[in-house]
Write a protein that binds this ligand. Structure first.
Ligand SMILES: Cc1cc2nc3c(=O)[nH]c(=O)nc-3n(C[C@H](O)[C@H](O)[C@H](O)COP(=O)(O)OP(=O)(O)OC[C@H]3O[C@@H](n4cnc5c(N)ncnc54)[C@H](O)[C@@H]3O)c2cc1C
Length: 380
């Protein structure tokens, strides 16, 4: 059952589970209500080594493998706030990897240890109002002048907007070059000309702080360029692979929890003199969902093996993203139905899960875009 996890992974799993049970779950209702969770949570996760799982020891990382990341995502996925899980993963696996993978040694020394210990929080700013799927059409520009980039433009739907200190922002340094003219800059909170506005209401993911960013003649030091000029689009395409993979692991674990909740409810609730779980239609529904979740998990584990051996996993990651989002949304819909009217009110976690998980067909590349990527790789 525990294959492919080692004893070390099992110990790590226990420590993440303990943290989630003791330090997150008791507070999630309050944080969901507030639309944000305390920034201090990052510091506490940093102290336990959760924020630098795969980063080298020299920066304060744990030097772990992809399976340690899988363990972390699976356990975090059970915190009963997908918004919180998403925010944390934006920090650990969607923003800081750009620093670790592509940035200069000086930039790494400046920011990576602080991201690993949770002192500085990261956000990833790709999407603009004009469209998120077609990233190359972005309008934000950065002109190099006097040792700075003069940044102008805006970003929407940015997770961690209120808590983040470092915004990994893509922009056009050479608008005449299309996607080859895109670069990535780290914009620090508080830089003059950089404004952040909270997006007030969302369908779900309430504990995650989402915002809009505007840059008006914002002077970003030239040394805040991540890697090389003109490589931002390629970095983002690589980064999105990790982003899609980790979030799928986390949300499938969350969907498994939703199914377990529904089983428990069906075994307790009675209708027409018998348990809801005794109706064959319910039993088959639950069995079908477990089968799909197992298929999703095996696709994720297969993809993790490819990532571990350094093989190109673009097709598999796209399949994970499209398939896992569909499965998780189906679990949400069917499990809410099993709860009857109680599923529609906030007393049970299923209502929140239903609202939260719908994002997953949209965020980090829509399902349609994923099938486009798969079709292209099938040469059709
Ligand atoms: C809560 C939340 C958090 C987010 N967090 C972040 C974040 O931290 N950082 C960030 O940069 N972005 C973030 N996003 C943005 C998210 O990644 C985008 O919303 C997503 O990529 C889709 O872009 P869009 O909304 O502009 O939709 P569009 O690109 O306008 O797409 C609209 C519709 O057209 C379809 N479509 C587009 N292109 C094609 C095609 N080629 N073939 C078929 N159909 C197509 C899409 O599938 C979709 O159904 C977040 C969004 C939300 C809602």
């Amino acid at each position: 059952m525990d294959f492919p996890f080692s004893e070390e992974h099992r110990i790590f799993r226990r420590s993440v589970r303990y943290f989630v049970d003791e330090e997150i779950i008791p507070h999630v209702n309050q944080w969901e209500e507030a639309g944000i969770f305390p920034k201090d949570l990052y510091r506490r996760m940093g102290e336990r080594g959760f924020l630098g799982i795969r980063y080298p020891h020299e920066y304060g990382g744990a030097g772990g493998d992809i399976w340690s990341t899988v363990v972390f995502c699976e356990e975090l996925g059970r915190c009963r706030s997908r918004g919180l899980a998403m925010s944390v993963l934006v920090h650990t696996d969607m923003s800081s990897p750009y620093l670790a993978k592509f940035a200069s040694e000086a930039l790494k020394q400046r920011f990576l240890p602080a991201m690993i210990n949770g002192e500085k929080v990261g956000a990833i700013a790709l999407t603009e109002a004009s469209g998120g799927s077609d990233l190359a059409s972005l309008k934000t520009t950065a002109k190099k002048k006097d040792g700075c980039y003069l940044l102008n433009g805006s970003k929407v739907f940015i997770t961690n907007s209120l808590n983040a200190d470092l915004f990994f922002t893509i922009c056009k340094t050479d608008p005449s070059e299309g996607h080859r003219g895109i670069s990535m800059l780290i914009v620090e909170r508080g830089t003059p000309g950089f404004e952040i506005r909270k997006l007030s209401k969302k369908l779900g993911m309430h504990a995650s702080d989402t915002g809009e960013l505007t840059f008006e003649n914002c002077r970003v030091p030239a040394e805040n360029l991540v890697g090389e000029e003109g490589q931002g689009f390629y970095y983002s395409m690589q980064g999105l692979q990790n982003e899609r993979f980790v979030s799928c692991v986390s949300f499938i674990s969350s969907a498994q929890q939703a199914l377990e909740d529904a089983i428990k409810y069906a075994q307790e609730r009675e209708a027409f003199g018998q348990k809801v779980s005794e109706f064959q239609v319910t039993r088959h529904k639950l069995a079908k969902l477990q089968t799909k979740l197992e298929a999703a998990r095996q696709l994720l584990y297969h993809t993790a093996r490819l990532i571990e051996t350094g093989e190109d996993a673009t097709t598999e990651v796209s399949m994970c993203k499209a398939f896992c989002a569909d499965v998780a949304c189906e679990v949400a819909d069917e499990c809410l139905q099993i709860h009857g009217g109680y599923g529609y009110i906030e007393e049970y976690d299923i209502a929140r899960f239903y609202r939260d998980i719908r994002l997953w067909k949209i965020g980090a590349g829509t399902t349609e875009v994923m099938y486009e990527l798969i079709a292209k790789r099938m040469n059709i």
